[in-house]
Structures are given as C-alpha cells and as structure tokens.
Design a protein around this ligand. Structure first.
Ligand code: FES
Length: 157
C-alpha cells in the first residue's frame, strides 16, 4: 500500500513541473515581446518623422495687434518652435526665437524691467536679443516683424 501511495504522488509532481515551467516560459516570452515593443515603437515613430517638420516655416502669424500692448510680450508658435514677440515700452515691436541658446528652455518677456529672461538658469537677454548675463552662449535669433491689417506677421531669414 505504501508503494502505491508513493507512486501516486510522483506522477502528480511530474505533471505540475512542466506545466509551471511552460507557464513561466510563455510569460517570459510575452514579457520580452512587450519590452521589445516598448523600445521599438517609439524608435519607429521617431525615425518615421519627416525631417524638420514645420521647421521650414518662414513666415507666420505671431499675434493680433491688440494682443501686444506696450511693455508686454507673447509666445507664439513658429513651425515646431516657440517664438516671442513683444512691444517695448517705447512701442517698438520685436520678435525673436523663444528658444534659449543655452539648453533650449523657452524665454519670456519681463515687463517694467524690460528684458528677456530664461528662467531655467537665469539667463538674461536685452531687447535686441543680446546676452546680458547667465549661461546663454549666443544671442537670440531675431525675426522680421510687419503688420498686415490687424495681424502681426513674423518672418525668419
Ligand atoms: S536654458 Fe536658458 S539659461 Fe539655461
């Protein structure tokens, strides 16, 4: 009787082990497939992007005339990049790229004190886009501004 009892246990164990191993193998294969998908999907999307999509935009509407009173600024979209347009306290309209030349944070116009600030590392530019202080290595690229009716248009070289 004892032998029969022992024999009845052994087959049950041998049946469970392959089933458990099979489950783990399938789980690992599924996990590997998911992991490869997580890596390849974004890579594929990145490689599929058209080169310089929107980067070739030469001219765009930056704002309506009434949106930029004296001593104020506004961020606008220029292709894929942000641009900044502002009106000086004296009423002159100016536009630049809003991409800081240090590490590409978006700059902003600071009213009253009248300068352009990159808050990421306290980089400061004057109203001509020249670096006043901080880590930016180069001036901001300036855009040409013209008004057509109620629209303020900007053009890059
Ligand atoms: S990114 Fe503008 S100062 Fe560093």
């Amino acid at each position: 009787m004892a032998n029969t009892h022992e024999m009845s246990k052994k087959p049950a164990r041998t049946v469970k082990e392959p089933a458990k191993r099979d489950f783990l193998t399938k789980s690992l294969a599924g996990l590997t497939t998911a992991l490869v998908g997580f890596i390849l999907y974004p890579l594929g999307k990145f490689l599929k992007q058209p080169p310089a999509a929107g980067g070739n935009v030469k001219r765009t509407l930056a704002a309506k005339v009434g949106e930029v009173p004296n001593d104020s600024g506004k961020i606008f979209r220029f292709g894929n990049d942000p641009g900044i347009i502002f009106r000086t306290p004296g009423g002159e309209l100016k536009a630049f790229t809003a991409v800081c030349t240090h590490l590409s944070c978006t700059v902003q116009y600071v009213p009253v004190e009248s300068y352009i600030l990159c808050a990421c590392h306290n980089g400061k530019y004057d109203l001509n886009g020249q670096v006043i202080s901080g880590p930016p290595p180069r001036p901001l690229e300036e855009y040409q501004v013209d008004i057509q009716g109620d629209d303020i248009m900007v053009t890059r070289a």
